[in-house]
Design a protein around this ligand. Structure first.
Ligand code: CO
Length: 481
């Protein structure tokens, strides 16, 4: 449904700056929290969308604030603090935007622009996700500057330094983990650009697994990992590296959609970094890989696909807050990469669109799996629901949906019930904006049925963000890897 041009979006309160920090407060709970639920949900989200007279342009740009929901004995407490990144400190001190972000450049001279995102002055505004690298709990954005923080106090501890031999300035906010290491990549731009794929073991020892030269680097938000492979999907949204230095426009605006290139998938051996396969697929775009599984005759790569990269434009703040609906979901698809090469097939896994996908990562990442959770968009406006997709079901009918009028939920994080066998035995934790009450609440759903178990009302609006993780028992996943 079209709104009047003067109306702001019905969920626009989720894109309003929230400058006030919150010390530990107990949240009123409606319903009964599972007595086994013990640990903390850590999330990060943009929470300052302007500094002085200047505004950030894009959802990915606002200054990062950490949110912590701590569960114990059927109770939940909440704390929230800004990440004291250099980007935050310098901007708030100067009263203007100082560091270049994904789609925002500070006003600066041409010389300054050259340095903007590619040099050590690049942003550490780690607004995208919370994860672990080596021994550090970090907030991440897509630069080589993860920011360490204390998961209890949310105190900022400083940059997680990669070794100086690690080349590259742009990275992913979605590292992978297995029992041994974290895996990530960095991209170096120049006359000789390259993807540098890295492993960081739990003692913090780094190895460059592979260096893949590339003429026109692709914009990639995440990558795939199966039991033995790392998989890079290069979508045909690419940049001439020189443009990054010379164009004078913000980072992402230098990228061009060129469908004639198709999508290139490269599989690397996780141990040695050796290239074990390279495939061409039809042109598509994705932010999120969901999972990857090795079969006898093929490698299956599941991701949330778009026909092109225009979704990035849809997520400019002016559009998100405006009167036109924003479609922010893609299609869950499976790319089947034949062992030994050959044509890639792309198959839709569900008719229900999804974004911010989650799986039972600790037990099923890289392995056969059945369930995908995420946000859906049942109405026209924006992400408005939580969905659970059954990969064993008929794509026409394989989704279950939680939705409530006036509620705008964020990424649902799965917490498995300790000792449980079933992949969907546990709860989903999602921060939901109640637009009418102008507050957020933490929603606890049964991960199997999507029925509400409890909700805990936050004392404020928690702005819309992207990703979080649960820090509980060692079985809970990436933060413990
Ligand atoms: Co993401």
């Amino acid at each position: 449904m079209r709104r009047s041009p003067d109306d702001e979006a019905p969920y626009a309160a989720g894109f309003r700056s929230t400058p006030r920090e919150v010390a530990d407060v107990a949240l009123p709970v409606r319903g009964t929290l599972p007595d086994w639920l013990s640990g903390v949900l850590l999330r990060v989200a943009p929470a300052l969308f302007e500094v002085g007279e200047q505004r950030y342009a894009h959802w990915f740009d606002g200054l990062a604030r950490l949110h912590r929901f701590a569960f114990a004995d059927g109770r939940v407490t909440y704390r929230s603090r800004f990440l004291r990144s250099r980007a935050y400190e310098e901007a708030t001190r100067a009263g203007r935007i100082v560091h270049a972000e994904f789609a925002t450049d500070p006003c600066r001279s041409l010389f300054g622009r050259v340095q903007a995102i590619l040099e050590p002055t690049t942003t550490d505004n780690a607004v995208v996700s919370v994860n672990r690298i080596g021994g550090d709990v970090v907030a991440l954005t897509e630069t080589r500057l993860p920011v360490r923080f204390d998961p209890d106090t949310l105190e900022t501890l400083g940059i997680h330094d990669f070794s100086t031999f690690v080349e590259g300035s742009v990275s992913t906010a979605h590292p992978h983990h297995d029992g041994a290491s974290a895996y990530t990549y960095l991209i170096s731009f120049g006359r000789r650009s390259a993807y540098h794929v890295h492993a960081v073991d739990h003692a913090g020892v780094e190895r460059e697994l592979a260096r893949i030269p590339v003429e026109r680097p692709s914009y990639m938000h995440s990558f795939g990992m199966s039991a033995r492979r790392l998989i890079l999907a290069e979508f045909p949204f690419v940049v001439n590296p020189l443009r990054l230095y010379l164009s004078g426009v913000p980072f992402i605006r230098n990228y061009r959609w060129d469908p004639t290139r198709g999508t290139t998938l490269t599989a690397l051996d996780k141990e040695t970094g050796a290239q074990v396969g390279r495939w061409s697929a039809p042109p598509l775009f994705a932010f999120h890989h969901v999972n990857a599984v090795e079969r006898e005759d093929a490698l299956e790569v599941d991701l949330v696909a778009y026909d092109d990269a225009s979704v990035i434009d849809a997520l400019y703040l002016a559009r998100l807050r405006g009167s036109e609906p924003v479609r922010a979901v893609g299609r869950l698809v499976r790319l089947t990469l034949p062992a030994g090469g050959g044509d890639v097939t792309v198959r839709s896994l569900s008719d229900t669109p999804i974004e911010l996908p989650r799986i039972d990562y600790p037990r099923h990442q890289g392995r056969p799996y059945r369930w995908v959770w995420g946000n859906g968009q049942a109405g026209a406006d924006f992400l408005d629901s939580i969905v659970k997709i059954d990969l064993a079901g008929d794509p026409a009918t394989n989704a279950r949906v939680w939705r409530e009028d006036g509620a705008w939920p964020g990424e649902p994080v799965l917490v498995r019930r300790p000792g449980s066998e079933a992949e969907d035995d546990g709860v989903l934790l999602s921060v939901v904006l109640d637009a009418r009450a102008e507050r957020s609440y933490l929603l606890v759903l049964d991960a199997a049925t999507l029925e509400e178990i409890a909700r805990a009302e936050a004392p404020e609006i928690v702005t819309f963000g992207f990703h979080g993780n649960f820090l509980g028992t060692p079985e809970d996943g990436p933060l413990h890897a």
